[in-house]
Write a protein that binds this ligand. Structure first.
Ligand code: HEM
Length: 459
């Protein structure tokens, strides 16, 4: 059996997916079924959305690998030894080193911080004004990300990084950089005013700030033995103390590169997911009321861990991640030895991607998939191959638990303390950049008052 190939020219495909990603993917699924192939120049990629295929992609680690070289483009801003650029045993080992920062006890410590940061950023908005939700949420997730990954919350280095990190992400996503990344001859550092030169300049500044932080933290560790382990909960401190496979401490360069992908992911993907979450909750009054009732059942100052356990809030977050997943596709995988998926024979070298969005839109899994219905997550338990906003398998998201925790706490804090409304009645358009599905206008909101939640909803 031959997998159908999408026949429209690549340039048209790119324009359609960038400007109207979800409708375009719906149309491709309607026209070609599952799977289909898109040819990216000379590189064909097979897109799957059937849960059985997704299961094999995530679990058949003998025949299907997740080579780091396929994510080379990201190395531009993360360095060559980031998690995304590694594979095999080294990748597995480095993931293990980062994971302790996401253990339950450490996350509990971050719960109050997430609520406080949300209030700090939201309090900057004046009553009776409008604001762009994405920009505000990005400010919150950036600060959370710097705290969780670097353990930084003040000082000159913190301020500089807080300024530079969103700029480099935006510069990577800009149309000029997208074109530059396709044509190697444009990748020349012609000084700060050329697109490539500017990116390299930003990257160097960030690298230097991170080096300085790593070195300072090592000094603290040398002069106060075990102080980091005892006093810090961030990823940087874990990495400074960690030993590699040979029992050696990692180099400053390795530590720097390992910090960058979680730092960017925690800021960017989380900001997108929380903005879509706010959009749905403020679009659907019945969902908002149900959430407020549930939050009020916890009393006046609920602790973050009890908020995180609320079933309806969890279902609303899942539904937001289902309907508009922040990341529409998994990272690419490669077939290493002949294998079969859904009756198709795949030869070595074939590239595969799981299409998260199309799986989440399957009628056989989700009735009325275009409708926002959190109840479906209360009625049914979905498998990790039917619902996978964070991918899965060897390259599954390391920050999934933190991301969902943050979604819940940011939403609960906003709902409980501010009176907001969407400015536009029309639906927000999604747009696609990188692997991410952004709200095109950023979701404009109006803040009418900074008051506790309406007493009508109190117990
Ligand atoms: C709602 C927010 C987030 C979403 C939707 C999301 C989604 C994803 C997805 C789909 C993948 C690819 C998985 C695959 O190919 O199987 C991924 C990988 C990754 N995510 Fe997330 N992510 C989020 C937040 C975070 C956070 C908060 C962090 C870190 C603190 C993080 C760090 C990473 C890293 C480092 C990888 C690459 C893992 C590897 O190469 O082994 N992400 N994420």
């Amino acid at each position: 059996m031959k997998i159908p190939e999408v026949s429209i020219p690549l340039w048209l495909n790119i324009i359609k997916i960038a400007s109207d990603p979800l409708n375009h993917l719906d149309n491709l699924a309607k026209q070609y079924g599952d799977p289909f192939i898109i040819n990216f120049g000379s590189t064909p990629i097979v897109f799957f959305s059937n849960p059985q295929a997704i299961k094999q992609i995530f679990t058949n680690t003998k025949d299907i690998k997740t080579p780091g070289e396929l994510n080379e483009e990201m190395a531009l801003i993360t360095g060559n030894q980031g998690l995304l650029q590694l594979d095999g045993l080294r990748h597995k080992h480095r993931r293990k080193l980062i994971m302790p920062a996401f253990h339950g006890v450490k996350m509990q410590a971050q719960g109050q911080l997430i609520c406080d940061l949300t209030k700090k950023v939201m309090d900057q908005h004046l009553a009776n004004k409008t604001f762009i939700a994405y920009t505000t949420i990005e400010e919150i997730t950036l600060q959370v990300s710097m705290e969780v990954v670097l353990g930084l919350h003040e000082g000159e280095r913190y301020e500089k990084l807080k300024y530079l990190l969103p700029i480099i992400l935006k510069s990577m996503r800009s149309p000029t950089m997208q074109i530059t990344s396709i044509f190697p001859f444009l990748q020349k550092d012609l000084g700060k005013w050329s697109p490539w030169g500017y990116l390299m300049h930003l990257r160097q500044e960030i690298f230097e700030l991170l080096y300085a932080e790593v070195q300072e933290r090592r000094l603290v560790e040398t002069f106060h033995e075990t102080s980091l382990q005892e006093s810090r909960t961030d990823i940087l401190s874990e990495l400074i103390l960690a030993r590699d496979e040979m029992g050696e401490l990692m180099t400053d360069e390795e530590v720097r590169d390992l910090l960058l992908s979680p730092l960017f992911a925690a800021q960017d993907a989380s900001a997108v997911a929380i903005t879509w979450l706010l959009y749905w909750v403020y679009r659907l009054p019945q969902v908002r009321e149900q959430l407020l009732k549930e939050l009020n059942s916890l009393g006046d100052s609920p602790n973050p861990m009890s908020i995180a356990q609320l079933p309806y809030l969890s279902a609303v977050c899942n539904e937001a991640l289902r309907i508009y997943p922040a990341q529409l596709f998994t990272f690419p995988r490669r077939v290493e030895s002949p294998t079969e998926l859904m009756g198709y024979d795949l030869s070595p070298g074939t590239l595969l991607m799981g299409c998260i969005y199309l799986t989440h839109q399957r009628q056989d899994l989700y009735s009325n998939p275009k409708q926002f219905q959190p109840e479906r997550f209360l009625e049914k338990q979905y498998t990790p191959y039917e619902f996978f906003p964070f991918g899965g398998g060897a390259r599954g998201c390391i920050g999934a638990a933190l991301a969902v925790f943050e979604m819940k706490l940011v939403l609960a804090t906003i709902l409980s303390n501010y009176q907001l409304a969407l400015v536009k009645k029309q639906p927000e358009q999604p747009k696609f950049e990188g692997l991410m599905c952004y709200p095109a206008s950023g979701v404009k909101m109006h803040i009418s008052a900074k008051t506790p939640r309406p007493s009508a909803f109190k117990k």
